[in-house]
Design a protein around this ligand. Structure first.
Ligand code: AMP
Ligand code: GLY
Length: 420
């Protein structure tokens, strides 16, 4: 089967890698891909907004399955448009993708399904923010309603900081339309868990649990990022898992079904495990990045068949390897505010061992054909092992194989976790 992957980041690089090891997959295509993905997939420069050209390409190339990686094309309705042309697609429809693309839509959905989540107020002016901030104890969490590539959330320790953010999005329109409405949300304390399931909108299959490290610096200091590293699997007790499934996952899937939403893909429940139980921080309608990098290698099976099965409305039975995985993100100088592009990478980005390799994310080439940084999160060093410690050791050894001016990565991925 020929498969097309949409996207250009670390997540899509991990999906392409998973498909390379899928016996059902004979040829991998990617739109647009990146300098690393190019080595393994046929990359094409076609806009996902140009549906006529895209459909012609898919038909001409005899592609049997499309896997959509990122939230942007999902929120623009790419899955719907391809399905209207009888193309088999892994990815939720546009209405379902609003669960990620509009935080207000998501909150209302969660509330109406009785799913535990933080209390919130909808706000669209500095005055409203100040009015409602008095009704919540600090620190204050404020989130732009729309997609903002990780820049739409602030956890403000002071009202001053909060007002600053409110002015930036409502007065200076720093996030454009994505920030014209926002949520002011109750701050939740606890530990975070990435709980991902595959679903056809009626049944679900839980994937190995993962933990991301969202803050830039060691010990969870510094600004929020897209994610600086992850480990899997995370073990929780059967009792805790039952609570998550009964109070969150099942009501969520039931609501998808009740609302007749065409959800064929991944639901990423970003959970805060609080002393009063798990609560939903966010829903993503796609694989996490870097969670995909640590979850996908754990399947004991064929991802091509799994994606195809979900895309055609079934949920397959899946089994998992007795392995641990770790991913350490290697970031460019200046990430996340202002990542430096064009820094030449020393060492081969394609070096691999039996138990470690690089995932290619914001990777480019220059006119001398050197591999260079091309955005914030450049590479993911992935390690595997029979224990978390071994996986981490292998991932950190892999980080030593490359360097560039200003390379930055966290040194404490997978350490000091609140749980196994
Ligand atoms: P989100 O985009 O909603 O996932 O927010 C990004 C990150 O901000 C989360 O992964 C958390 O680390 C943090 N965060 C979001 N909402 C809250 C909240 N209500 N309380 C505490 N931390 C939060
Ligand atoms: N790792 C967080 C995300 O993918 O949103």
């Amino acid at each position: 089967m020929r498969v097309l992957v949409i996207g250009n980041g670390g997540r899509e690089s991990a999906i392409v890698r998973a498909l390379r090891f899928s016996p059902s997959v004979t040829e991998i295509h990617c739109i647009p891909g990146n300098a690393g993905i190019k080595k393994y997939a046929l990359c094409h420069d076609i806009s996902t907004q140009n549906i006529t050209t895209l459909v012609q390409f898919i038909r001409k190339t005899n592609i049997k399955l499309v896997v959509i990686g990122p939230e942007q094309p999902l929120s623009e309705g790419l899955a719907n448009q391809l399905r209207q042309n009888d193309i088999v697609v892994f990815g939720p429809d546009q209405r379902s993708a609003q669960l990620e693309a509009s935080k207000i839509f998501c909150k209302k959905f969660l509330e109406s399904a009785g799913i535990p989540t933080g209390k919130y107020f909808q706000v669209s002016s500095v005055e409203e923010v100040l009015k409602y901030a008095d009704q919540l104890p600090g620190p204050w969490v404020m989130k732009a309603d729309g997609l903002a590539a990780g820049k739409g959330v602030i956890i403000a320790k002071t009202k001053n900081e909060l007002v600053h953010f409110a002015q930036a999005i409502f007065v200076d329109h720093k996030l454009g339309a994505a920030g014209s409405v926002a949520l002011l949300e109750e701050h939740l304390s606890g530990w975070e868990l990435s709980y991902l399931v595959l679903t056809n909108g009626r049944d679900f299959q839980t994937l190995p649990l993962a933990q991301d490290h969202k803050r830039l610096l060691d010990s969870d200091e510094g600004p929020n990022t897209g994610g600086m590293g992850a480990v899997a699997p995370i073990s929780i007790t059967d009792d805790v898992n039952k609570i998550i499934q009964d109070k969150i996952v099942r009501p969520f899937i039931k609501k998808l079904d009740d609302e007749k939403m065409d959800y064929r893909g991944v639901v990423y429940f970003g959970l805060m495990m609080t002393t009063t139980g798990p609560k939903v921080l966010e829903i993503n309608t796609r694989f996490g990045d870097p969670e995909a990098q640590v979850i996908l290698p754990l399947l004991d099976g064929d991802w091509g068949l799994v994606f195809q099965s979900i895309a055609t409305g079934d949920v397959p039975v899946m089994s998992w390897k007795a392995l641990h995985t770790a991913c350490v993100v290697l970031a460019a100088n200046g990430y996340p505010e202002n990542p430096s592009k064009g820094d030449v990478i020393e060492g081969s980005v394609f070096q691999e061992t039996n138990s470690s390799y690089f995932i290619h994310a914001s990777l480019g080439t220059n006119s001398e054909k050197d591999y260079v940084t091309n955005g914030g999160r450049v590479l993911g060093a992935v390690g595997m092992g029979s224990s978390r410690e071994e996986a981490l050791k292998n991932a950190y050894n892999q980080t030593k194989l490359v360097t560039w001016p200003g390379i930055f990565f966290r040194k404490d991925i997978g350490k000091n976790l609140p749980i196994n």
